[in-house]
Design a protein around this ligand. Structure first.
Ligand code: BGC
Length: 349
């Protein structure tokens, strides 16, 4: 039954997304690798996204697809609704369709290693997008400096609350980024924890990055500690939203500083309202555009060099890391508005 349900999700999600690719033709491969685009000379890129639940991934998808097309390539995006089996099946599907390269936002860092093994067997290279695939021969990795994201969050919160009872509300443990965000925050908090200035009274990951779970966890924490929470470092805007709802019910919104990440529009509005302290803006246009260029170039067999490498437990993966930017009330104009991430009207509506 579970398998049937997952298959249905795969089919529905594929059906929703496939029409975006106008050039695709019917698959008559019978398992053979046949390139399913009309122009055989065109590079065919497969983009596998974990989920479209958080708003940012729509932007990644749109900008990535546009850049591949601008470079003369064809692209198909599939999202797995946070299901590992579905993501693996989707990879299989795209490999059978003859993609030249796979770009993957893994749901689970470890499980997605299977995708790399499968792709390599068919001569398809794999780029890990935003999140690192662990313990696999990943060809390239492109992301933001994720440890710095956590550092920016903790530093900004400390400006508002330099001591007291802190809660760390992490992301999904299955996402390698969540580990790095936490690591970054702890780099900043550790000296203060050691001095006894900051007491870490909560330090948990949040299953699937789910805002509702973050809210429930915060409600339980507030109850347990009789509302004695002084600051919250939430790993992204989704979890921050859940935390702030819980704080609001307890009459603590605006009193307890809360961080976030992704510069989601509701988070920008909360920052203006004063219920969220900061978010981290990661220029999605940069990662999407650079990843698309990388994918097309690698698929065309061009040599690509990167500045750095990151070890994923198996190899040193050639890596491109982009800079995240802290956003507070003070610099909304100079960041997300200046970059046209949002219009003035959207921000100040
Ligand atoms: C991304 C974040 C995002 C989170 C949940 C992370 O891997 O880096 O930008 O908020 O996943 O989707």
């Amino acid at each position: 039954m579970k398998k049937y349900w997952k298959l249905m999700v795969l089919l529905i999600v594929s059906a929703l997304i496939i029409p975006a690719c106008s050039n695709t033709a019917d698959n008559t491969s019978n398992g053979r690798k046949v390139k399913l685009i009309k122009n055989e000379d065109q590079v065919y890129v497969g983009f596998l996204i974990d989920t479209l639940k958080d708003a940012r991934w729509y932007r990644d998808k749109k900008l990535f697809e546009k850049q591949v097309k601008d470079l003369g390539g064809e692209v198909k995006t599939l999202a797995a609704n946070g299901l590992d089996d579905v993501q693996i099946d989707q990879a299989k599907l795209l490999i059978e369709e003859g993609v030249d390269i796979l770009v993957v936002v893994p749901h689970n860092a470890e499980i997605a290693a299977k995708i790399v093994t499968m792709a390599h067997k068919s001569g398809v290279k794999v780029i890990s997008y935003d999140r690192l695939i662990a313990n696999a021969n990943v060809d390239y990795y492109i992301s933001f400096d994720n440890e710095k994201v956590g550092e920016l969050q903790a530093k900004e919160i400390l400006k508002h609350q330099p001591e007291g009872n802190f809660a760390y509300v992490g992301g999904a443990e299955s996402d390698h980024n969540a580990i790095l965000f936490r690591q970054g925050a702890m780099n900043v908090l550790k000296p203060l924890i050691d001095k006894g200035k900051v007491k870490l009274v909560y330090d948990q990951y949040t299953n699937e990055w789910d805002p509702e779970t973050a809210k429930k966890n915060m409600q339980a924490l507030l109850k347990k500690r009789g509302n004695k929470i002084d600051a919250v470092i939430a790993a992204n805007d989704g979890t921050a939203g859940g935390v702030i709802e819980a704080l609001d019910t307890a009459g603590l919104a605006r009193k307890v500083p809360v961080s976030g990440q992704d510069a989601e529009l509701p988070a920008i509005h909360r920052i203006l309202k004063g219920t969220q302290t900061m978010t981290v803006y990661k220029p999605i246009s940069k990662i999407a555009t650079e990843a698309a260029k990388l994918a097309v170039h690698v698929a065309e067999g061009k040599k690509v060099t990167t500045d750095t490498t990151i070890n994923n437990g198996k190899i040193n993966v050639p890596t491109i890391l982009l800079e995240p930017i802290a956003v507070t009330k003070r610099n909304i104009k100079d960041t997300v508005i200046q970059d046209k991430f949002y219009t003035k009207q959207e921000v100040y509506q």
